[in-house]
Structures are given as structure tokens and as C-alpha cells.
Design a protein around this ligand. Structure first.
Ligand code: FES
Length: 102
């Protein structure tokens, strides 16, 4: 299993109900704070590659800015189509850092 590595400082994390993109090497990661909890997913929408971090949070889900697919960032599950799933990553806070497992 992959190690947890530093993604960014805790102070850089998005505010409640917002999402933000972080780069980790070549990987773009979308981090959102939903109901007080930080969640992370591949920033590239599985539909046609839209930037999830530029989307909005509605009803506890992130809505892709390109065509409106909605994803639960805890499970990655799309509302519709139900066969679609974003790749989600575990996060943990250690001291002042937020770590990610990819
Ligand atoms: S690219 Fe995200 S919904 Fe189409």
C-alpha cells in the first residue's frame, strides 16, 4: 500500500463548502471541505476530464463545472450515471500538514 505523503499545509486547505486544486508531482488533486471533513479525489473528472476543483459543492457533493456530474467525494460515487466513480484518496492531518495516500 502506498505511503502517506505531504500534500500541503493545513492552512492551505479550502474553507467549508469549497474545493481547491493541489499538484503533487504530475497529479492534480481536488480537495474539498464538506461538512467539516476534508476529502480528496483525482481532479480530472472521469467523464471528459473537467477540473473538479473548479466545481461547486451542492448537497454534500462536488458538481463538475463542465457537464454537471455530481460526485460523493468520500466514496467517489457519481449520482448519475451510477456506473461512474471518481478516484478518491485518503487524507490525514499530522501536525500542520495534510498527508495523502495515492
Ligand atoms: S467533464 Fe465532468 S461532467 Fe463532463
Amino acid at each position: 500500500m502506498a505511503e502517506f505523503v505531504k500534500l500541503a499545509a493545513k492552512s492551505e486547505m479550502p474553507a467549508e463548502g469549497e474545493a481547491k486544486e493541489f499538484l503533487l508531482g504530475w497529479n492534480a488533486v481536488c480537495v474539498a471541505r464538506i461538512n467539516g471533513e476534508l476529502c480528496a479525489a483525482n481532479n480530472e473528472c472521469v467523464h471528459q476530464g473537467g477540473p473538479l476543483a473548479d466545481g461547486t459543492i451542492e448537497g454534500g457533493k462536488i458538481v463538475c463545472p463542465w457537464h454537471g456530474w455530481e460526485f460523493d467525494l468520500k466514496s467517489g460515487q457519481a449520482t448519475y450515471p451510477s456506473s461512474a466513480k471518481a478516484t478518491v484518496y485518503p487524507l490525514k492531518v499530522e501536525g500542520e500538514d495534510v498527508l495523502i495516500q495515492m
